[in-house]
Design a protein around this ligand. Structure first.
Ligand code: GSH
Length: 226
């Protein structure tokens, strides 16, 4: 059995990162969506995942969890250069910024949860939120300037680093957060990419909603137009 199990495409940022990688290289897997935050969700997740979380790759009897680990698995399956940049320096920096995303940007993630199809008021600026935004502005424009020749993405050609930052780009749009210069151009390129556009169309068609309490707590879920 070869399955990629994700949460709602509209809401599950950790799922869509490796899913974009899976789709980019056409990994032969069945895609399964397990809608999050329903009363039965935790039991369903516990039944299949050691962490009771998605994403999960089920590959010939092996379960692989954690978005970065799944990405590395797919990178080893795919031809060199398909997931991470071919050039060693670019590859190292692409892994560094992807790890930085995986471990960081807590305030942005908490105050601006991913909602691809949604539009919401800009949250009040705090020093911590401003620091996250400043780091992203400088990272994206710096990478585009240093490594961006040969394409519109962080390292020119598309790489897993772009998959890791796609859910962040959508947060800038959803919450009306400002970017400028090369960082704004980068965000526009991500949103225009057919790989993202397909996912966005699917997210728009999903029948579920999730609501978050203050600071990302107290989530609940339901059906649109039940
Ligand atoms: N560090 C994990 C994070 C996975 C995670 O937090 N997934 C969320 C959905 S985005 C989840 O499954 N939550 C379980 C739940 O909502 O019950 C990764 O990178 O894969």
């Amino acid at each position: 059995m070869r399955q990629f199990v994700s949460g709602n495409l509209n809401y599950s940022s950790w799922s869509i990162r490796p899913l974009l990688v899976v789709r980019k290289v056409e990994l032969p897997v069945e895609e399964i969506i397990l809608p999050l935050d329903f009363p039965e969700t935790t039991a369903q997740l516990k039944a299949i995942s050691p962490t009771a979380k998605v994403p999960l790759l089920r590959w010939d009897g092996t379960e692989i969890w954690e978005s970065l680990a799944i990405t590395e698995f797919v990178a080893e399956w795919a031809p060199p250069g398909a997931v991470w940049p071919l050039d060693a320096e670019r590859r190292a920096i692409a892994r560094a910024v992807s790890s930085e995303m995986h471990a960081g940007f807590q305030t942005l993630r908490q105050l601006c949860s991913m909602d691809i199809r949604g539009r919401a008021p800009t949250p009040d600026m705090t020093p911590a939120l401003e620091a996250d935004i400043t780091r992203l502005q400088s990272m994206w424009s710096g990478l585009r300037t240093k490594y961006g020749s040969g394409g519109p993405f962080l390292f020119g050609a598309w790489s897993a680093a772009d998959a890791f930052y796609t859910p962040v780009v959508t947060r800038f749009r959803t919450y009306g957060l400002a970017l400028s210069g090369a960082a704004a151009d980068y965000a526009a390129a991500v949103l225009a990419d057919p790989l993202f556009r397909t996912l966005e169309e699917q997210a728009k068609l999903e029948p579920w909603w999730i609501k978050y309490g203050p600071g990302g707590t107290g989530r609940s879920a339901g059906y649109l137009n039940p």
